[in-house]
Design a protein around this ligand. Structure first.
Ligand code: MN
Length: 406
């Protein structure tokens, strides 16, 4: 490969994630990340890299990837292959300077328009931990091992990494009282999640089977489902999460195509009891992707790692989530986002939320610089990162980051 790419980059030739960016000219367009660069896909289309110059120029000169993703995997995978071929040329091609953009000069935008967003609850460790805080004798509800529990969330407030999050206000019942007050949330939390982007419309009334699920999944990105625990605790019975969740969620700007993750497929946890037939899945259902959560507290430049987890801990797979979501005939649309739910591992150092890390706020977490946190404070920045490495192949997700504003 003629382009020099740092060894430890998140964006290798194996990865080639898609995003939307501009370079200060308000000309939003699609790109592929490679090392410290972005390949400008409008320029690549103009240079004839993909054939059908007018079509690809139009598809890439947009402020979302929806139309491109909607062309289907034959088109999206072909574009990745053409870019790989171009990067594998024996010497730097004459059009290299025109196609490559320094990543530092680009501003990343929201990569997709999200018609619908669904959040699952698929980590057994997370569900057990949260259940244990509220129902010590019976942490896991009877349905949990039978179906991937989920709820329909709010798409309008999903923002790209770097967007600040304003601390939500709402109804909160102060400790020891029975009636609520209107106040700023005092238990603002993050949730470490991975989300997948739907790449193909399904028909209303036609379920997507576990076997066909991968055809409908375009790619993955990091997802922080910011949560106000005090608002959530008071409102969630009987219909589930509402204002404790819908004030904001953050996504990483680069979508990693599902095909790039194939080397990292692994068997998931054994499912007991065996799920109903429509949820049964053979083979390697999960992905071995390392996850990291770091906090940079207000007025500090020092990061502290709060947690390290892995997507392989998830009990329910993406294919099972999608099969369950559509088993009643519900249809999915290109750009729909489905998030995993908080991904906690089996040890306290691998929990995916402050609710668990501080055990409901009971145990303050020591940070570098002799400060502590139970929940997020104004000015704190929370960042999720993810990557996978095997046999010299490295695939990264970059990061999703957000600062809490008063
Ligand atoms: Mn969540």
């Amino acid at each position: 490969m003629w382009l020099s790419v740092p060894a430890n980059t998140d964006f290798s030739i194996h990865n080639l994630p898609f995003g939307i960016f501009h370079t200060g000219d308000d000309r939003a367009r699609a790109g592929i990340a490679i090392g410290d660069h972005i390949i400008d896909l409008v320029a690549a289309a103009e240079a004839g890299l993909f054939g059908k110059i007018r079509l690809f120029k139009k598809v890439f000169a947009q402020n979302t990837l929806n139309e491109f993703i909607g062309m289907g995997k034959s088109a999206t995978n072909r574009v990745r292959r053409k870019v790989q071929d171009w990067l594998h040329l024996p010497a730097a091609p004459a059009n290299a300077a025109r196609l490559l953009i320094d990543r530092r000069s680009a501003t990343m935008l929201m990569p997709i328009r999200i018609p619908n967003y669904t959040d699952f609850y698929s980590s057994i460790e997370h569900a057990t931990n949260v259940g244990r805080m509220f129902r010590p004798d019976n942490p896991l509800l009877p349905n949990w091992r039978w179906l991937p529990v989920g709820y329909h969330g709010r798409a309008s407030s999903i923002v790209v990494s770097g967007t600040p999050i304003r601390r939500p206000w709402g109804q909160i019942v102060p400790k020891g009282q029975e009636t609520p007050v209107y106040a700023a949330s005092q238990q603002l939390d993050f949730e470490l999640e991975m989300a997948f982007v739907i790449g193909k419309n399904s028909e209303l009334g036609q379920p997507v089977t576990v076997e066909k699920a991968d055809e409908y999944i375009f790619g993955l990105l990091l997802f922080n489902d910011w949560s106000a625990r005090d608002i959530q605790r008071w409102e969630y019975v009987p219909l589930g999460p509402f204002l404790g969740k819908n004030f904001g969620s953050s996504v990483s700007p680069w979508i990693v195509p599902l095909e790039a993750l194939k080397p990292f497929r692994v068997k998931g946890p054994k499912q007991k009891p065996a799920p109903l037939e429509y949820l049964q899945q053979k083979g390697k259902q999960q992905y071995d992707i390392d996850l990291e959560v770091v906090i940079t507290p207000a007025n500090s430049a020092q990061e502290t790692v709060l947690s390290r987890s892995n997507t392989r801990h998830l009990y329910w797979s993406m294919a099972q989530q999608l099969a369950h979501h559509t088993v009643n005939g519900c249809n999915v649309q290109v750009g729909d986002l489905m998030a995993s739910g908080t991904i906690s591992g089996p040890t306290p150092g691998s929990y995916g939320s402050l609710l668990e890390l501080s055990w409901g706020g009971k145990n303050p977490i020591p940070l570098n610089g002799a400060i502590t946190r139970t929940f997020l404070e104004d000015g704190d920045t929370l960042t999720l990162r993810a990557g996978a490495e095997k046999d010299g192949i490295r695939v990264g997700f970059g990061e999703v980051s957000g600062m809490i504003l008063k």
